[in-house]
Design a binder for this molecule. Sequence first.
Ligand SMILES: *[C@@H]1O[C@H](CO)[C@@H](O)[C@H](O)[C@H]1NC(C)=O
Ligand SMILES: *[C@@H]1O[C@H](CO)[C@@H](O)[C@H](O)[C@H]1NC(C)=O
Ligand SMILES: *[C@@H]1O[C@H](CO)[C@@H](O)[C@H](O)[C@H]1NC(C)=O
Length: 679
Amino acid sequence: MTLKYILVFIVLCVNVNCKSTYKICVPVQHLKACEDMLEVPTKSKAILECIPARDRVECLNYVQQRQADLVPVDPEDMYVASNIPNQDFVLFQEYRTDEEPDAEFRYEAVIVVHKDLPINSLDQLKGLKSCHTGVNRNVGYKIPLTMLMKRSVFPKMTDREISPKENELRAFSTFFKQSCIVGKWSPDPKTNAVWKSEYSQLCALCEHPDKCDYPDNFSGYEGALRCLAHNGGEVAFTKVIFVRKFFGLPVGTTPATPSTENPDQFAYLCVDGSKKPIRDKPCSWAARPWQGLLGHNDVLASLTPLREKIKQLAEAGKTERPEWFEKVLGLSEKIHHVADNIPIKPMDYLNKANYTEVIERGHGPPEPVVRLCVTSSVALAKCRAMSVFAFSRDIRPRLDCVQEASDEACLKSVQDNGSDLAGVDALKVATADKMYGLHPVFHEVYENKQPKYAVAVVKKGSNINNVDDLKGKRSCHSSYNTFSGLAAPLYYLISKNKISNDQCIKNFGEFFSGSCVPGIDKPENNPTGMDVSRLKQQCSGASSGVACLEDGRADVAFVSSAGLKDLSADEYELLCLNRENGGRDKLSNYPICNVMMAPSRTWVSAKDFLSDVSIAFTPLSLAELLETKTDLFNIYGEFLKNNNVIFNNEAKGLATTEKLDFDKFKNVHDVMNACGVKV
Ligand SMILES: *[C@@H]1O[C@H](CO)[C@@H](O)[C@H](O)[C@H]1NC(C)=O
Ligand SMILES: *[C@@H]1O[C@H](CO)[C@@H](O)[C@H](O)[C@H]1NC(C)=O
Ligand SMILES: *[C@@H]1O[C@H](CO)[C@@H](O)[C@H](O)[C@H]1NC(C)=O
């Protein structure tokens, strides 16, 4: 800074107030939107500054460490924040609706029954027909479960032979006679189908019991009431505002609207078993608090300019709703009334609504956990962050983290029941099976939810159409120790009986007229000193795989689909060796035109312990939740400046591993072993 600027700065400071710069933390993907926000003119002269972080989880750490001053949060983030050691967070503004600007909570969970239902205690809900908003939702599922499981008449959910989620479904289906709980019960499609048939009473009251999914006329806040009023339901779990709308009563600032439903036929059921008329103030079990703005304790020293600035921005953006309105401030079309509250610690804020116990809901002691084995202190920190985050979003079993010195030590730990899951790369998944008796449960997927594939790339207009055309041609490969470069084409040629499997490397070299398999001649890869000259004949300098093909040193390149994005679709295409009659297709069609699927980073578990459904549930649910919300927690992003921590940076999601695919990889592994190729 030059002297002149320093002087200007001091003058500004005197005029408006030195404390009036505030650093708002923003997920880096929304930094541009944040900078747009800074351009918005407001009466307030308070200055905001955009501080980019990986995601909201990192923002919480930034605020705690004073690298930023504030960040918008959901109630679940407040729970995560409360778990950060030495935190001094305060919630200083609430985001409410124009419809209910004075309401204490965003919504309150209520039970609605027919007014003459002969019950005077919650215990007597047993055996009734129940209507819910949908699986895993707050007022229709999580809150009733939290409250009912405290009662001794509610079935225990501690059967460790089945997963926590299945325990919940079983308890509901035993407690109620029939229900409608739509939605995806498991992130694994097969498990979902099995449960839907096993616990079909939970779908019996739905409009489409066989589908038991959205959209269903008897699901959602209003649907649960329709289910109660018109589909034989005896009790409905929903929220107050929809009860009032359904029965044509005024809501906050909105006047009454006509309705054909009669509120006098129904009543709220209170926790003590008493009933209250629908027209009166309801009795609720728990509430979901508003979202809001979280800062560190020091912002309290100069809060007014900041609060004014935020209110003016909310006002400025509410009609057009530019990107920053939602992505940076966390406001929305419905929720944009910014209200000052007496600054409160996030945990106290949640407790006021009984929401902490909803978040912390368990299944009865001993609570099940799923233990993930990691091999570094950074991975341990990331695992713990994922654990708190997943827990705050009602994902069970809770994730626990175990650190071991190496991948092998982790496999051993899973084998010895010291942990439940360990991650392995490429064909090591087969080693995990052979040496440690483990089996795969789920794996990473990449662009478009696809695994990677081993592919064969040729020049567009090439006369190569099938495997037989490849004979005598020149080939380039990605390096020796890659699946796509060597294992896949070698296994392919052997399994199609194009080369015999004794002396496979020699035969492989002779199938082509000359090749480049980088690394084939390294002593550790060729301990017996075979003649591998044909397999390095086309190598030159450092160029391998695709670059080698581009240099014109081969007619075909065996590479991973991950490397195709750098290649021109005008000049190259794929050879479909996976198809009976071969053929060629464009580069982007690698999922249907390839050599074979490649093994992704895969997590393995022990055969005899906790069921896979239970083990996979937590990571799969977390991945599914974050699929479209990486700004909440980008679990595939760099962590504390490290790459590929637990997951590869290029991963986009997780999926259950099919046995068929795994068996194929085991075969490749065995064939490579027999050929003396290290995997
Ligand atoms: C939903 O159910 C109600 C009550 O049975 C019925 O009046 C309404 O027409 C249904 N709506 C649809 C879209 O099926
Ligand atoms: C919290 O629980 C108590 C006791 O069960 C209940 O009286 C109160 O209404 C609940 N609070 C909310 C906001 O629902
Ligand atoms: C595995 O370890 C857990 C945690 O120590 C224990 O609760 C469980 O009973 C063990 N399972 C087996 C099959 O030994």
